[in-house]
Design a protein around this ligand. Structure first.
Ligand code: ADP
Ligand code: MG
Length: 419
C-alpha cells in the first residue's frame, strides 16, 4: 500500500489529515490481511480503524456490533461520506424481502464495503449461505468484550462468531476491538476467536487530566455533595446513583439548594429523558443526577466533575463513568463516596443470580473495595488493573489523586471507610 494512498483515503473519506493514536498502525495491519486486536479507550477512534481499510479494499467487510441504534448511526455517517448509498448496509430482522434483495445485490456487485450485522442475524442460514459465495475482506467485531463472561456486557451469541465466519470463508481475517482493558477479558477474546498470534495494539488508558478522589460516605452525604457542587458553581457535572429513587431524591435536594439539576433514569418517559439530556447538553442546567442509564453515546466535552453517590460494581464501570469527565483535556474531578455497607448491598443484589455470575460479580467487587481502601496512587491502581505499568514519578498525571496529594497510612484509609 503506497504511503500516499493511506493519507489520501483518510482525507477523501473522512476529511482528516492525521491519524489518531495507533490508528495508522492498526490500519496497516488490517490491510496486510492480519488478524488484529485493538484495545483503545472510548473515544479513541476505533470505528475508523476498520472503516477506512474496508473502504480501501475490494470486497465487503462484515461488521458485528451489539447495538442496532449504533449500527444505524454508523451506516448513516458512512452514507453521508459517499455518493453511493449502497456503500454501507445493515442486515437485520427488520428488513423486508425487497430490502434484503437490495442488500444482496449491492454486495454481489461489489458496491457494499461495510455490512453491519447483529450477531444473532449472522447465524441465519440464509445469510451464511449467501455470504459464503461473496468476496469478504474481513470480519470486524466491535465491542469484542461481549465475547467474554468477564466482560461487562457478555452476549452468548458473540461466542459463535468464529465458527460462523469459518463457514463463510477460509482465512478471513478477524479484527476485534474493545475498550475493555482487563487482561483476563483480552485473553478470553483471543482464545475464543482462536487467534493467539493476532497483531495486538493497546493504547494507554491513562487520563492524566482526571483527578481521582474517594471520600467516606456518611449520613451527611447530601450536604457533602451539595457543598462540592456549590464550590464548582457554573460547571457541568454528572452525579451517578444506584437507584432511581435516590436519583429523584438527590436531584430534589440539589434543586432545593438552588442548584440547577435534573434527574435522569430509565423510569422517566422517553420525552422527559430527552428533554433533561438536552437541558444538560445546552447548559440550561449544570448537573444531571442519573443512574447508569445516562452516558452511553453522550459526548459533552466539558463535563468538569463526575460524582459517584454510590460506588460502582466494577473498576471497568468506574473507569467508563468517570471517563465522561474532562473529555476536552481540561479539568475533570472524579469524586466517589464509599462505604462498605454499599458493597454489602451490591452483594445482596447478586444473590438471586446463577452461581458462576455471582462469583464473577464478587471478584469484581473485591477489586472495587481494594481500590476504595487503597493508600497507593489511584491512577496507578486503575492502570495496573488494566494491565498497564505506571510510574507516578515519570507518568503524566502522577500527582492527580487524593492519595498522592494527601498521603495517609493504609490503616487510616480502611478505618475511615468502615465508619
Ligand atoms: P471509539 O469507538 O473508540 O469510542 P469512535 O470511533 O466513536 O471512538 O471515534 C470517536 C471520535 O473520534 C469520533 O468523533 C471520530 O470522528 C473521531 N476521530 C476518529 N479518528 C479521527 C482522526 N483521525 N482525526 C480526528 N478525529 C477522529
Ligand atoms: Mg466504538
Amino acid at each position: 500500500m503506497a504511503e500516499l494512498d493511506l493519507y489520501a483515503s483518510l482525507k477523501k473519506y473522512f476529511g482528516f489529515s492525521q491519524f489518531k493514536g495507533l490508528q495508522e498502525e492498526v490500519i496497516r495491519s488490517i490491510l496486510a490481511g492480519n488478524n488484529t486486536f485493538v484495545v483503545m479507550p472510548t473515544g479513541g477512534g476505533k470505528s475508523l480503524c476498520y472503516q477506512l481499510p474496508a473502504l480501501m479494499q475490494e470486497g465487503t467487510s462484515i461488521v458485528v456490533s451489539p447495538l442496532i441504534a449504533l449500527m444505524k448511526n454508523q451506516v448513516d455517517v458512512l452514507r453521508s461520506l459517499s455518493s453511493e448509498e449502497g456503500i454501507a448496509h445493515v442486515l437485520n430482522s427488520s428488513l423486508n424481502k425487497t430490502e434484503v434483495k437490495r442488500v444482496k445485490s449491492d454486495i454481489a456487485n461489489g458496491i457494499t464495503k461495510l455490512l453491519y450485522v447483529a450477531p444473532e442475524s449472522l447465524t441465519k442460514e440464509e445469510y451464511v449461505e449467501f455470504l459464503s459465495g461473496q468476496k469478504i475482506s474481513f470480519l470486524a467485531i466491535d465491542e469484542a468484550h461481549c465475547i467474554s463472561e468477564w466482560g461487562h456486557d457478555f452476549r452468548p451469541e458473540y461466542r459463535n462468531l468464529k465458527s460462523i465466519i469459518q463457514r463463510i470463508g477460509d482465512n478471513i481475517p478477524i479484527i476485534g476491538l474493545t475498550a475493555t482493558a482487563t487482561p483476563k477479558v483480552q485473553e478470553d477474546i483471543l482464545k475464543n476467536l482462536s487467534m493467539p498470534d493476532a497483531n495486538t495494539f493497546k493504547a494507554s488508558f491513562n487520563r492524566p487530566n482526571l483527578y481521582y478522589e474517594i471520600r467516606p460516605k456518611t449520613k451527611n452525604v447530601d450536604a457533602d455533595i451539595i457543598r462540592f457542587v456549590k464550590q464548582n458553581e457554573g460547571k457541568s457535572g454528572i452525579i451517578y446513583c444506584l437507584s432511581r429513587k435516590r436519583v429523584e431524591q438527590l436531584a430534589q435536594a440539589l434543586q432545593v439548594n438552588g442548584i440547577k439539576a435534573v434527574p435522569y433514569h430509565a423510569g422517566l418517559d422517553s420525552k422527559t429523558r430527552v428533554r433533561h439530556q438536552d437541558m444538560f447538553l445546552m447548559e440550561d442546567v449544570d448537573v444531571v443526577v442519573a443512574t447508569i442509564a445516562f452516558g452511553m453515546g453522550i459526548d459533552k466535552p466539558d463535563v468538569r466533575f463526575v460524582i459517584h453517590n454510590d460506588i460502582p460494581k466494577s473498576i471497568e464501570s468506574y473507569y467508563q463513568e468517570t471517563g465522561r469527565a474532562g473529555r476536552d483535556g481540561g479539568e475533570g474531578h472524579c469524586l466517589a463516596f464509599y462505604s462498605y455497607k454499599d458493597i454489602e448491598k451490591l452483594e445482596k443484589f447478586m444473590s438471586g443470580k446463577p452461581v458462576a455470575e455471582q462469583e464473577i460479580g464478587h471478584a469484581l467487587l473485591q477489586e472495587v473495595v481494594a481500590y476504595a481502601e487503597t493508600s497507593i496512587s489511584r491512577r496507578k491502581f486503575i492502570l495496573h488493573y488494566f494491565g498497564e505499568e505506571y510510574d507516578n514519578a515519570t507518568g503524566e498525571g502522577g500527582m492527580m489523586d487524593d492519595n498522592m496529594r494527601h498521603p495517609k497510612k493504609q490503616i487510616e484509609a480502611q478505618n475511615e471507610a468502615k465508619q
